[in-house]
Design a protein around this ligand. Structure first.
Ligand code: SF4
Length: 224
C-alpha cells in the first residue's frame, strides 16, 4: 500500500524534550483535525511504497537520533506507517511518532513498532475544535509501556480550565509524564503570552505536575 508523503528531510527537532537533537523527518500528508493555529497545510504530496521510503532514509548519513514521523497526522495512514516502522525497526532505527493523540484505535495497530511518542493534547480553547479528553485518555492508556511526553499549545485565548483538565487527565492515568507548554508562535512573537505561560507553569507546579515552557525553536532559528 502506498503512502502520501509531503517531504523527507534531515534536520534538528524544534519542539519538546528532544529539542536540538538531529533526526530524519518524514512529514505525512493530511490530518483529521483543523486546529486554528495550524501552519502545516500542504496541498501536494509524493506517493511512496514503504520499501521506497525506507531506502530513501538509508541514503542519509548516520548519526541521527531517530526517525520522526510527523504531519499532518501520521496515524491517518496507519497501515503505511506500520510497514515503514517495521522496516526501520529491523534496521535498528528508532521510531519517534509525533501525533495529535486523538486516534487511539489507529495507534493500537502500530504500537508495537513505536519507540518514543510526542503527543499533543488538543485544548478546545486553543484549537477552536471539540475536546478530545476521552481519546487522549485511551491513547495514554495504550501507550503506557512507551516513552511519552505531552505537548499543549497555549494561545492568547487558552483557558485555565483546559489546563486543569490536562492535570486531571495526567493524574487519572497514574503515571508521571512531562508536560511541555508551547506558546503559539504568532502570539509569542508579538509578546502577548509570557504572563500566561508563567501563570500556567505555576498552576502545574502547585498540582505536582512537571511542566516545561519550550518555544517552537525551529521557527525562530529558521530551520525546518
Ligand atoms: S493536529 Fe497538527 S497538523 Fe493537524 S490541524 Fe492540528 S496543528 Fe495542524
Amino acid at each position: 500500500m502506498g503512502g502520501k508523503i509531503v517531504e523527507v528531510f534531515d534536520s534538528v527537532q524544534g519542539e519538546g524534550i528532544y529539542l536540538g537533537v538531529r533526526q530524519l523527518f518524514v512529514r505525512f500528508y493530511g490530518c483529521n483535525l483543523h486546529c486554528r493555529y495550524c501552519d502545516t497545510k500542504p496541498d501536494s504530496y509524493l506517493e511512496y511504497e514503504p520499501e521506497e521510503l525506507f531506502l530513501e532514509l538509508q541514503l542519509y548519513p548516520k548519526g541521527y537520533h531517530s526517525v520522526s514521523f510527523t504531519g499532518g497526522e501520521p496515524l491517518i495512514q496507519h497501515d503505511f506507517l506500520k510497514s515503514v516502522m517495521r522496516l526501520n525497526r529491523m534496521a535498528g532505527m528508532v521510531n519517534y511518532l509525533e501525533t495529535n493523540g486523538t486516534l487511539p484505535d489507529a495507534y493500537e495497530k502500530v504500537q508495537h513498532f513505536v519507540d518514543i511518542i510526542s503527543m499533543d493534547i488538543k485544548l478546545p480553547s486553543s484549537t477552536g475544535q471539540q475536546d478530545f479528553w476521552k481519546e487522549h485518555k485511551r491513547f495514554l492508556a495504550l501507550a503506557d509501556n512507551k516513552e511519552v511526553f505531552l505537548k499543549a499549545v497555549v494561545c492568547e485565548g487558552t483557558l485555565e480550565t483546559d489546563l486543569l483538565k490536562i492535570i486531571d487527565l495526567l493524574k487519572s492515568v497514574n503515571r508521571s509524564h512531562t508536560l511541555v507548554l508551547q506558546a503559539d508562535s504568532s502570539a509569542a512573537s508579538a509578546g502577548k503570552i509570557g504572563e500566561k505561560m508563567e501563570k500556567f507553569k505555576a498552576v502545574c507546579a502547585a498540582k505536582d505536575i512537571i511542566a516545561c515552557v519550550i518555544p517552537q525553536v525551529h521557527k525562530s532559528a529558521g530551520v525546518r
